[in-house]
Design a protein. Structure first.
Lengths: 111, 113
């Protein structure tokens, strides 16, 4: 009965590879987000989708591409991974602009 | 430019005492504030929120105070319990209806038994 789930929980990969992180929410929310928490523990928003439409697109390299096949899913695809992409990525969802419910995070390590 | 700041990276409190976590912001357009709690290897969990039309909001042991003139909010936990040991993040959003929240860097609270 997990509310917001992410897969995988850990991801270790080589520089230059392409990888995807999947997120699903079963809360019936209409808005989903991707956040990045870097080594300094800053939690920064990357993207947000409302009813499958992109509404927030922060200054993120275009190697990062979100995809929302439906309101319950928001996936993050990263091309040509770089060392600086190593971080914990959190998916979140909300009903409209209310408080957000976070997934457990995906720890990405780029070697 | 960090618009939401939590200047105390860590705080230790004895069980049963009050924990006070502070948060400062610079953007006067922020009008909705939230606190989240985060345990290791888990995502942040929503705790309590406050709108700028209020200066206090209470939920059980948790109370958030907002001082708009000082651009400062604080989270009070009374009484503190060992299970409260976690990292606490404050977050702010501006102009009601925006989906974008700016998070602080967090304060690690340790409640000593």
């Amino acid at each position: 009965d997990t509310a917001v789930s992410q897969t995988p929980k850990y991801l270790v990969t080589q520089m230059g590879n392409d990888k995807s992180i999947k997120c699903e929410q079963n809360l019936g929310h209409d808005t989903m987000y991707w956040y990045k928490q870097d080594s300094k523990k800053f939690l920064k928003i990357m993207f947000s989708y409302n009813n499958k439409e992109l509404i927030i697109n922060e200054t993120v390299p275009n190697r990062f591409s979100p995809k929302s096949p439906d309101k319950a899913h928001l996936n993050l695809h990263i091309n040509s991974l770089e060392l600086g992409d190593s971080a914990v990525y959190f998916c979140a969802s909300s009903f409209s602009y209310n408080e957000q419910f976070f997934g457990p995070g995906t720890r990405l390590t780029v070697l | 430019d960090q618009q939401v700041k939590q200047n105390s990276p860590s705080l230790s409190v004895q069980e049963g005492r009050i924990s006070i976590l502070n948060c400062d912001y610079t953007n006067s357009m922020f009008d909705y504030f939230l606190w989240y709690k985060k345990y290791p290897a888990e995502g942040p969990t929503f705790l309590i929120s406050i709108s700028s039309i209020k200066d206090k909001n209470e939920d059980g042991r948790f109370t958030v105070f907002l001082n708009k003139s000082a651009k400062h909010l604080s989270l009070h936990i009374v009484p503190s319990q060992p299970g409260d040991s976690a990292v606490y993040f404050c977050a702010a959003s501006g102009t009601s209806g925006t989906y974008k929240y700016i998070f602080g860097t967090g304060t690690r609270l340790k409640v000593l038994a």
